[in-house]
Write a protein that binds this ligand. Structure first.
Ligand code: DGY
Length: 321
């Protein structure tokens, strides 16, 4: 069968696909428009796409042979899964392989913001360092502070577990009790407003859905501590970006570490001007090992799906009921 891959991904996944199917990889190393995807995947049975591709109702309905969508990401808010399910097309994602990698990046952001790492680096490079100073670049301690995890799924849990060396008090918000966090870290399940008003570090790990859109807005930011650090490695629209910029400009919270943006890849100029924001280009899963594992996983799911089997990481198993 024919598989269209919307952008170059690590070779191992492509080779795996090539063992079973005829594979075409987009020659353009950039995000394809919907029209380009429809055009280039026109006769494909399999579509291997990225979180930056919009695979909505129009795209799905315009690909007459489509039998399987493998998304190269754990988040799949870019795919209209409801429409795919109606058309009996399985959709897969790439969970687990990127859990630790993304949690590590969340921690990198915690320290970058709390200890003003990026600002300090620029300070040195700009020739401003004239000697040790008692009041120079004062940040926030992390050890023994309260870490608030919003969304205690795989990545939220990994982030919390990695706090072990820092003896932190862990709070979490999730619809379910998390027995691992409760038994290993004595974590407490709480509500959003308690978590926001009592945490020193707040880290977001929820998927983007209608319910989580702008979960953190003006009111929520106002309820946070003046010394708090906010981390987002999930999806940009979970935070009302304008409200966050205002809060950071007014030093309402200590700082924010962001890997994702509301209008990605657009980053507002006002956000770029802020010293108390550390901004990264959506690199949560960006390590060589993890991106290769994601490629292999997406390819394996594609092969299973095109064989008429339920892919191991199917997000709409109801297709097989
Ligand atoms: C994902 O897989 O959803 C991540 O955002 C990729 O970095």
């Amino acid at each position: 069968m024919k598989v269209f891959v919307t952008r170059k991904i690590p070779e191992s996944g492509i080779n795996l696909l090539k063992d079973h199917h005829t594979v075409t990889v987009s020659k353009k190393d950039r995000v394809l428009s919907k029209t380009e995807i429809i055009d280039q995947a026109q006769d494909a049975e399999g579509l291997l796409c990225l979180l930056t591709d919009t695979i909505d109702s129009e795209v799905i309905s315009s690909l007459p042979n489509l039998k399987m969508i493998a998304n190269y990401a754990v988040g799949f808010n870019n795919v209209d899964v409801k429409v795919a399910t109606q058309k009996k097309i399985p959709v897969s994602n790439t969970p687990e392989v990127l859990t630790d990698t993304t949690a590590e990046l969340a921690w990198a952001l915690v320290f970058s913001v709390a200890r003003r790492i990026v600002e300090s680096d620029s300070f040195c490079r700009d020739g401003k360092f004239e000697g040790w100073g008692p009041m120079l670049m004062l940040g926030q301690d992390v050890t023994k502070k309260t870490l608030g995890i919003i969304g205690a799924g795989r990545i939220g849990t990994a982030m919390a577990l990695k706090s072990k060396g820092f003896n932190m008090n862990i709070l979490y918000v999730d619809p379910e009790h998390n027995s691992v966090l409760e038994s290993e870290l004595d974590a407490q399940k709480t509500d959003l407003s308690t978590l926001l008003s009592t945490s020193d570090i707040v880290s977001l790990h929820v998927p983007l859905t209608d319910d989580t859109y702008h979960l953190i807005g003006e009111k929520e930011l106002e309820s946070m501590k003046e010394t708090a650090v906010l981390i987002n490695t999930s999806r940009g629209p979970i935070i009302d970006e304008n409200a966050l910029i205002k809060a950071l400009e007014n030093n309402q919270i200590f700082g924010a570490g962001l890997d994702v943006y509301e209008q990605e890849p657009k980053i507002p100029k006002r956000l770029k001007q802020l010293n108390n924001a550390v901004i990264l280009p959506h690199i949560g899963s960006a390590t060589r090992e993890t991106r290769s594992k994601m490629a292999d996983m997406a390819a394996e799911n594609m092969i299973q799906g095109l064989n008429g089997k339920q892919p191991s990481n199917c997000v709409n198993p109801e297709v097989f009921e």
